[in-house]
Design a protein around this ligand. Structure first.
Ligand code: SF4
Ligand code: SF4
Length: 355
């Protein structure tokens, strides 16, 4: 365990680390689905990062309860407690799950992670964020609950929960000078998370610039395009050919797909090993990566409001184009007439140029 004195809040730390810890707390309001999803990553696999098989990365000490070799309890909590005391650095803080508002917890608490060693009272997630985030070299939010609040933060919730940037402020900067790095998804797409984490680790090693983020603190290269732009079914949309039920291979916009207005690369990337990817395999896009998820996209299986207008506009164009393409397609499926076995050459060959 590295035991250098931790920096004060806001004090910057250099890059070029040989060794770094990842303190991953999944005790936000969540289902632990992001941790489970990340075990499926292959670009790179988390086990390859931890075992040093990815060239150029610092030695990574991962502290995640599902992937921990410890038996749990105080042995697992030790690095978190050390970091909170300022005795472990540098570290990347990963938060999974939305952050409840402990100012409105009544006589109890919403969610906790270990107990106070002296009082035995539960230590809330908020306590850990308050004590770890100002010392963290980088702070990463895994999944839509941690990034924007997600399902637990929908209208009518009693916990007042929120995303990490709502809690820390969107102008938060880690000791490494980075804003919060948001990787949304419900759950997070495994390779999206590991690719982003790997970029942060290369930056920690001093061999890459900071990851470029958009205004919602998402990696630009992963969330810069819409689901629709990468969807296998987009050709059906363009031809105005829409599914009427979930057994159809056609475009699903009329049965609830929000893909045209959702930032997500899953149809391009697939889910595991390039396979899957919501609309590609028959699942409507419910916009699980979006800051407005889920409230702005419910009820999930109704046609999006813009879908009826856009599909009505594209339908006459698409029907005409589809018919024209059908004619061209049948022509393209016919061999040229000079390919025959008669005793005459009809290919149009002209030997007049010969002397
Ligand atoms: S299924 Fe959804 S993402 Fe795919 S083409 Fe249709 S509207 Fe676009
Ligand atoms: S395609 Fe839609 S539902 Fe699927 S992961 Fe992306 S945002 Fe979520």
């Amino acid at each position: 365990m590295t035991t250098a004195k931790s920096p004060q809040a806001g004090q910057s730390q250099p890059h070029g680390f040989d060794e770094i810890h990842i303190l991953w707390i999944s005790e936000g309001m969540s289902c632990d689905g992001d941790t489970v999803a990340v075990t499926a990553a292959a670009q790179p696999a988390i086990e390859d990062v931890v075992t040093g098989l990815v060239p150029g990365l610092p030695t990574v000490h991962l502290h995640n309860k599902v992937l921990s070799p410890t038996v749990g309890g105080e042995e697992f909590l030790a690095p978190f407690r050390a970091a909170a005391r300022g005795e472990l650095t540098p570290f990347i803080l990963v938060i999974e799950g939305s952050i409840p508002n402990e100012k409105i917890n009544g006589d109890g608490y919403w969610t906790s992670f270990g107990n106070h060693p002296n009082t035995g009272e539960p230590l809330t997630l908020n306590w850990w964020i308050d004590n770890l985030a100002p010392k963290a070299w980088a702070v990463v939010a895994a999944g839509t609950c941690a990034t924007y609040g997600g399902i637990h933060a929908m209208a009518g919730n009693p916990t007042g929960c929120m995303g990490l940037a709502d809690y820390l402020g969107s102008d938060f900067r880690s000791t490494g000078g980075l804003p919060i790095v948001n990787v949304p998804g419900c759950p997070v797409q495994p390779d999206n998370f590991m690719e982003t984490l790997t970029w942060v680790l290369y930056h920690a090693a001093g061999s890459a610039p900071p990851p470029p983020l958009d205004e919602m603190l998402r990696p630009q290269w992963l969330f810069g395009k819409t689901v629709h732009e990468g969807c296998d079914r987009a050709g059906y949309y363009e031809q105005g050919d829409f599914a009427k039920d979930y057994n159809s291979p056609k475009c699903q916009v009329k049965i609830g797909c929000w893909g045209p207005v959702v930032n997500c690369n899953v149809p391009k990337r697939g889910w595991m090993g390039g396979i899957g990817g919501c609309p590609n395999v028959g699942g409507i896009c419910i916009a699980c990566t979006m800051p407005g998820f889920p409230d702005k996209f419910m009820p999930f299986m109704d046609m999006p409001p813009g879908g009826s207008l856009s599909s009505a506009i594209v339908k006459p164009y698409g029907a005409f184009i589809r018919r024209m393409r059908g004619i061209t397609n049948s022509t393209a499926n016919t061999e040229p007439r000079w390919r025959h076995n008669r005793e005459e050459l009809t290919s149009g060959y002209n030997p007049r140029w010969r002397p």
